[in-house]
Design a protein around this ligand. Structure first.
Ligand SMILES: Nc1nc2c(ncn2[C@@H]2O[C@H](COP(=O)(O)OP(=O)(O)OP(=O)(O)O)[C@@H](O)[C@H]2O)c(=O)[nH]1
Ligand SMILES: [Mg+2]
Ligand SMILES: [Zn+2]
Length: 291
């Protein structure tokens, strides 16, 4: 039996990559009987049935499952934003961070297009997220600045690139791995040309080992499946202080003797971050009331 990773699923064929080749596999019947779905990223064992074909016999237990896009065994999310064009927006960064934190994957913040950056504007933002504990890498896909630093984060892992449209996710991957030739450009142009951004997730191998996944950008973030009491765990600095609040049920909103609000007023928690927290909390609470 051989072992590999599903890099692509297409028309009930699974492309399984081993160290040195890709095999087109079908599934052993019992998977279908059990209605078990395999995803890109799944590690499988297969029996070879020819030069380039095989049958998947066994799936290795998953380490993680990302829902959007559906990819198994993702190790980390590279949350990508642009320093400019589209303008950097800390509120949007916080919203994406909540989504990423709630998937319990490692997170790297990647700020692209620093060739366009106003350094005075961008530096405090980078410092803010570093202080909270995030790894932040600033790069320019256009001038290849920082690309090696980013590459170092990717070796031997499965990394998903996510973030708003137009920030340069596909361009970054093309710079990292010129053979990929991913479609880039403005979204409107992509539609105009009749080309679509990838609809199905695919693991793209990178030289030196590891895989990346390109995703189409989105800006609409939906928090409705996060309970209000859990939101604080997705803001690292709030989570850290929460045990010091007077009430164990404190939502750090209107409650008295709240350590988080105290920290905001003495400046040790960033006010903008706290505003993001309150806004998202309100969205979740309003959604709950809707029932
Ligand atoms: N100046 C500058 N422009 C860049 C850089 N990286 C990407 N771009 C440009 O930004 C535009 C959008 O790039 P894409 O790679 O298509 O962006 P994307 O994030 O993949 O967008 P979606 O696929 O729609 O989510 C393109 O016109 C790129 O040439 C950069 O580092 N500097
Ligand atoms: Mg893209
Ligand atoms: Zn509190």
């Amino acid at each position: 039996m051989l072992r590999g990773v599903i890099t692509k699923a297409y028309n009930s064929f699974y492309y399984v990559q081993t160290d040195n080749k890709v095999t087109m596999c079908t599934l052993r019947g019992r998977f279908k009987k059990e209605r078990f779905t395999l995803f890109v990223g799944d590690e499988v064992e297969y029996e070879s049935t020819g030069q380039q074909n095989g049958i998947i016999e066994h799936i290795v237990p998953r380490r993680s499952m990302l829902k959007r896009p559906m990819v198994a065994n993702v190790d980390q999310v590279i949350l990508t934003f642009a320093a400019s064009n589209p303008d950097i927006n800390p509120v949007l960064i916080d919203r994406f961070l909540v989504i990423a934190e709630s998937s319990s994957l490692d997170i790297v913040l990647c700020i692209n297009k620093i060739d366009l950056a106003n350094i005075d504007e961008i530096t405090p933002i980078i410092e803010l997220y570093r202080q909270i504990g995030y790894r932040v890498i600033s790069i320019s896909a256009k001038s290849s600045t920082g690309i090696d630093k980013l590459k170092n984060e990717l070796y031997g892992r499965i990394s998903v690139f996510a973030g708003p449209s137009g920030v340069g996710k596909s361009t970054i991957l093309n710079t990292l791995e010129p053979g990929l030739e991913l479609n880039t450009g403005k979204v409107s142009e992509k539609i105009g040309r009749g080309k679509h951004t990838t609809r199905f997730a695919e693991l793209l191998p990178i030289s030196g080992g590891g895989f990346v996944v390109d995703t189409p950008g989105f800006s609409f973030t939906d928090f409705t499946d996060i309970p209000p009491t859990e939101l604080m765990y997705y803001f690292r600095e709030i989570e850290e202080l929460a045990p010091q609040c007077k009430f164990s049920s404190c939502l750090h909103n209107k409650e008295p003797q709240c350590a988080v609000k105290q920290a905001v007023s003495d400046g040790s928690i960033n006010e903008q971050r706290y505003t993001s927290y309150q806004e998202i909390l309100q969205e979740i609470q309003q959604y709950k009331k809707g029932f």
